[in-house]
Each structure stands twice: as C-alpha cells, then as structure tokens.
Design a protein around this ligand. Structure first.
Ligand code: PLP
Length: 430
C-alpha cells in the first residue's frame, strides 16, 4: 500500500490568510504580558464591564432545566418580549414572528450577508467584523468616507453618491450607533436625512443598535422610526445587559422583508438550529424590562458618561483630535496632531503606535486600521472598560441625581482607567 499523505493545508480562498479578529488578537497579546508579570490596562476588547442584572441571572437559574430544541426563529415568548420592547421604547410595530433570535448578533449578521445577494456598504471607521464577514462570503465591500470633523458620521451625501452610480444595484448598508469604535451617535434630523436616501434607493438597511440602551441621555432613536419598511434592527444582550458570553442576539424585521427572514431561518436551521434554550428564557426577562433593569441602565449610563468625559477631557488637553461620545464605552482619538513626537520615535502607523504603546506602558488599544482607516492615520480605539462594573454600580447609587459622577468616584472605582489615561497621555507627549 502506498504511503498515506499527511494533511495538506487546504483552505477556502476567502478564508486563506485572514487574521483572527483584531479585538481577540490584542486580548491574547495582553494576556501574554500579564503572564509575564506585567501590568496591563485592557482598553482593547469591547466587553461590558457590568454584571448581568440580577433579575436576569435569576431567570437563567430558574430555567437551567430547559433542554429542548426551540423553534429556529426563537422562543415565541422571547419574540413577543422583543416586539414588546420595540413597541415600548421606540413605538415600532414589529410582528413577533418577524423577530429572529440567534447566538449573538454577529452570527445573525453573517447569515444575513450569506442569504442576501448584494454588496456591503459601511462607513469608515466601522466595527471590525462587518468587512471580514463579507470577505468570507465573497461579497464586495464599499467603504464610505467620513471625517473626524463630522464626528465620523455617515452623511446622506456620501450614501447617495454611491447609490447614484448604479441605482438598481442591491446593497446592504450597515449603520451602527452609538458607534463602535467612536461612541458617536446621530440626531433625529440626521437619521431622517439618511432614511430619505435609503427610501429613494430602496436600500436594505441593517441598523446595528446593540449599544442603543447605552446612549448616555437614555434617549436612543431607532432609524426604523423614519424608514420602517427597509430597516432591520439588530440588538442583543451582549452590551446593555452585560451578557456577551451568553451569546444572544436579535434581528427585528419589517413585514416587507419577510422573504429575507425566511431565507435566514433556512440557513439557521441548517447551521445553529436554535439559540440556547435557558438563555432565551432568561432573555425574556431582560427584554420585558421593569424598574430594576431601568435602574441598572441609568447607573450604567451615568458611569460610562463620567468615564468618557474624563478621558475625553484629558485627551483634548494634550492636543488630540477627539469627539466626545454620546454613548457606549468607546472613543476614537486621532493622534495626528502629535505626529512629530511619534515620528521621532520611528512611529508612523496606527499599528506601530498601538504596539509600542502596549510594550512601553501596558495600555492595550486597537489601531484605527482595524476599523478600516488608512494605516498611516494615527487613530485608535479605546474601549474604556477596565474597571469593576459591580463595584461601580454599587457606588454610583450614592450619587443618584448627578449626571457626571465626582472625581472621588473615578479614583475609587475606575483607578485603572484614570491611570491608563495618564500613562497614554504621558507617552504621547514624550
Ligand atoms: C457594533 C457591534 N455590533 C455587533 C457586535 C456583536 O455582538 P454580539 O455578537 O455579542 O451580539 C458587537 C460586539 O462587539 C459590536 O461592537
């Protein structure tokens, strides 16, 4: 018998050479430094610092015995709770059967791109996974221009410029706000203007509102209010409910896109089958809301706003170009005004900048290039999450009526964020 060949590297062309997701990569590097005994400030991975609210944890405990496969689109009670949530918070009327539940909204985005035939359109900067997903599937990506001066927001003009080139071409446009990586959000007027372009060109719009509940003023508006017929609203438990590891995401579809949820459900049925049953039962409690969850959210927003305000102020003081976020836990400074300082140390790209910063100071941040920005632009994303969320929530109770919590709070509960910001500023200035 002839000798059996060893396994050969045989990969699909679209996957070959793709690096592991940038956020996970920096986390691995930070963990290595930690193992070497170094102090690391984890501003890399965008994970909620807050615990899952107690009523939701209790609901999960009470449903640990749920063991059956659930319907592919989701537990009917959860579909009802999600539709009720959009009715209560946004006055939107989604039919419960048009809610699709998945193991994280990231997975739902992937099967959306798989089921839908059309190019992906995203502003730059955008969250790290949209474009690689399109790449894996073999879809073309159009990056739309934004600017630091306009808080990195997509303008109707930019969207229209692309659509005008070929008005019948099918696209999926993803809008994400409060935004990862910038923390910036749109006003109602800005959303209306974007909705108008979307309607003119009959665009399928995926509105990624996973940070909606973390808008600092508690007043998030879904663009589906202005473009209900073409908007799919994406959300889940990962960010506002602190449950990234539970893996539960939701898509809410308008009736006019029934054919798309249908197709996605087919793909879901042949891949993940259904989302974990106990998690879905617990999610019912989360989406039903109530006073305890409202209080948890009010405190979370207050803490995140306080931290953002502090870091924004310090970065602005050293001359960084940076926009004050309106929500979430990110910030996207542009260190170009300090370019000369950095160039003296041989740093000319955002990747160099982040790698050297991590080595020299232990502060882990992500380069702007991971979000679709040019390599030579000195932008980076800070995820302001390296603090004890449980302790911070408990202490914030003391200052219930203050929008921005006092320095004493920052020093006690968020000392790593304060220290990392100081290290970063000093490093940038030297
Ligand atoms: C903008 C944005 N969308 C979607 C996701 C995916 O969240 P999940 O798959 O946990 O629902 C993330 C997670 O980091 C995100 O930042």
């Amino acid at each position: 018998m002839s000798e059996v060949r060893p396994f050969q590297v045989s990969l699909n062309l679209n996957v070959r050479g793709l690096p592991v997701s940038a956020t996970l990569g920096i986390n691995e590097k930070s963990n290595r430094l930690l193992r070497e005994g170094r102090q690391v400030f984890k501003f890399g991975l965008g994970q909620s610092p807050f615990p899952v609210p107690l009523p939701v944890v209790e609901a999960l405990q009470a449903n640990a015995h749920q063991k059956d496969y659930l319907p592919v689109r989701g537990l009917p009670e959860l579909q009802q709770a999600v539709a009720g949530y959009y009715q209560r918070t946004q006055h939107l009327n989604f039919q419960p059967e048009n809610i699709l539940v998945g193991p994280g909204s990231k997975e739902l985005m992937f099967i959306l791109q798989l089921a839908y035939y059309g190019d992906l359109v995203i502003p730059t900067p955008s969250w790290v996974s949209y474009a690689p997903q399109a790449h894996i599937i073999g879809h073309h990506v159009h990056w739309l221009k934004t600017s630091a001066e306009n808080r990195w927001l997509l303008t109707p003009g930019e969207l229209e410029k692309l659509c005008k080139q070929d008005p019948t071409k099918p696209y999926i446009v993803i809008l994400n706000y409060p935004n990862n990586p910038t923390g910036c959000s749109y006003t109602d007027e800005e959303l209306k203007a974007l909705a108008e372009v979307a309607r003119t060109y009959q665009i399928v719009l995926l509105s990624d509102e996973i940070y909606g509940e973390l808008a600092f003023d508690g007043n998030h508006t879904s663009i589906a209010r202005f473009y209900p017929e073409g908007t799919i609203v994406s959300s889940g438990l990962s960010k506002w409910c602190g449950a990234g590891g539970w893996r539960l995401g939701t898509f809410a579809f308008p009736a006019s896109l029934g054919w798309l949820i249908e197709a996605m459900a087919v793909v879901a049925s042949e891949t993940f089958t259904a989302t974990s049953a106990p998690i879905q039962y617990a999610a019912v409690r989360a989406f039903r809301g109530g006073l305890r969850i409202e209080n948890y959210l009010t405190r979370s927003r207050q803490i995140l706003q306080t931290i953002s305000h502090h870091v924004f102020t310090r970065l602005a003081e050293i001359g960084t170009k940076v926009a004050m976020p309106q929500g979430a836990f990110y910030m996207f400074p542009d260190f170009s005004p300090l370019r000369e300082n950095l160039a003296k140390r041989g740093i000319t790209t955002s990747i160099d900048m982040c790698e050297r910063l991590l080595e020299d100071t232990g502060v882990a941040i992500l380069p702007g290039s991971a979000f679709g920005r040019p390599a030579g632009e000195l932008t980076a994303r800070l995820a302001l999450v390296d603090f004890d969320g449980s302790k911070a929530l408990a202490m914030a109770e003391k200052y219930s009526d203050q929008e921005i919590l006092p320095d004493e709070f920052l020093q006690n509960c968020c000392f790593k964020v304060v220290e990392a910001t100081e290290r970063l500023c000093r490093w940038m200035e030297t």
